[in-house]
Design a protein around this ligand. Structure first.
Ligand code: NAG
Ligand code: NAG
Ligand code: NAG
Length: 331
């Protein structure tokens, strides 16, 4: 019986390999470039972050369809093809487990609202622009908790090639023991409270933050409160007015190969945090720089996964053109 199944499988495999047209999900997947990519870094642990991989591929052009598919219980790869306006303004689309939400080339754009992932697992948000829920009368975002991507108590989250700007509260808020997260190749810009992590007394969160560009932000690059492991590398910070990497609470921060240009307080620790740093470049920065604070308490990222460090001097030329949506993804 087993022998028969194996031979059947072996006979079918070359059909896929040789590109013979098939019907059903295989054909659909071929139409969605890079839609089954999986996360690296801390999001690759705990079983890995693969989102809706293996599920149906659907394409949406309206906020109503985006809400419908994001809230479905089955695994889905949801392509956003065009600009979608959030209704009402500030609304955060709830996303359920096992979803990949991915823009088509450079066209996917959610305007005026964001996403909320609450008590879920395995979600990928990729290759998308999320912007403009900002209220000019509310610079501090106190009047409405309208974030770009808000995640509460969820695991295995990958945010990649997302361009975020001008939201009312945070661009990315990862809260309440959200764990196994990777944020990579993103642009966070023109914003006050860029990237917050924490809202918990527990010290469990493990996150990788790499190859991002923070440009013209004020604070939270990120504000990292009570992370067990916070690993940052290959990030470029430009024109940051209040502070850059801030390890607070009991966070252990490993910050490697990054470039800080015109940043105030580029790398700082609160009284109970620890920082270990490795090859950081500072240009025209002001304020405080805490390179090593209780560095013996900081973890070794290479114990958990493989990663490659870039020469920090190259980051101002190599990082900006590559962050945010890419023409070759999701098409
Ligand atoms: C950084 O942001 C400023 C203000 O939005 C913009 O003018 C500038 O072009 C950006 N720099 C890069 C390298 O993208
Ligand atoms: C620096 O960032 C601030 C916003 O934080 C912005 O108003 C200003 O125009 C930026 N400066 C440059 C040169 O991009
Ligand atoms: C530092 O830790 C001590 C002891 O746990 C605590 O009392 C204090 O509030 C902490 N300080 C900060 C700023 O978190």
């Amino acid at each position: 019986m087993l022998y028969l199944k194996l031979t059947t499988l072996l006979a079918i495999l070359p059909l896929f390999a040789s590109g013979v047209p098939t019907t059903g999900p295989h054909m659909k997947r071929a139409e969605c470039a890079s839609c089954e990519d999986v996360a690296h870094g801390f999001a690759s642990l705990n079983g890995g972050t693969y989102g809706g991989k293996g599920g149906k591929v659907v394409t949406v052009t309206t906020h109503a369809d985006l809400k419908k598919y994001a809230g479905a219980t089955e695994p889905l790869i949801i392509r956003i093809d065009g600009t979608i306006i959030a209704e009402p303004k500030g609304y955060e689309v709830p996303v359920k487990s096992f979803k990949t939400i991915i823009g088509v080339g450079e066209k996917g754009h959610l305007v005026g609202g964001g996403f909320n992932i609450n008590n879920q697992k395995n979600v990928i948000i990729r290759n998308l622009e999320i912007s403009d829920s900002y209220e000019p009368t509310d610079y501090n975002g106190k009047g409405g908790d309208w974030d770009g991507i808000q995640v509460d108590t969820s695991v295995n989250i990958w945010i990649d090639h997302v361009k975020l700007a001008r939201m009312r509260d945070g661009l990315i808020d990862l809260r309440k023991d959200t764990n196994y997260v990777t944020v990579s190749n993103c642009l966070l810009s023109e914003h006050n409270k860029a990237f917050g992590i924490g809202w918990t007394e527990n010290v469990v969160a493990q996150m990788t933050i790499n190859d991002n560009f923070f440009n013209s932000t004020n604070q939270r690059g990120p504000s990292a409160d009570n992370l067990k492991y916070c690993h940052m590398y290959n990030n470029y910070f430009l024109n940051v007015t209040s502070y850059g990497n801030y390890a607070r609470g009991k966070t252990a921060l490993l910050v490697e190969n990054s470039y800080f240009e015109r940043v105030n307080d580029p790398v700082v620790a609160g009284p109970n945090a620890s920082i270990k740093s490795n090859w950081l470049k500072f240009k025209d920065c002001t304020g405080d720089i805490h390179l090593n604070v209780n560095a013996h308490k900081v973890f070794k990222a290479s114990k958990f996964y493989e990663y490659s460090l870039k020469d920090p001097y190259d980051l101002p030329t190599t990082i900006p053109p590559f962050v945010g949506p890419r023409p070759e993804i999701g098409v």
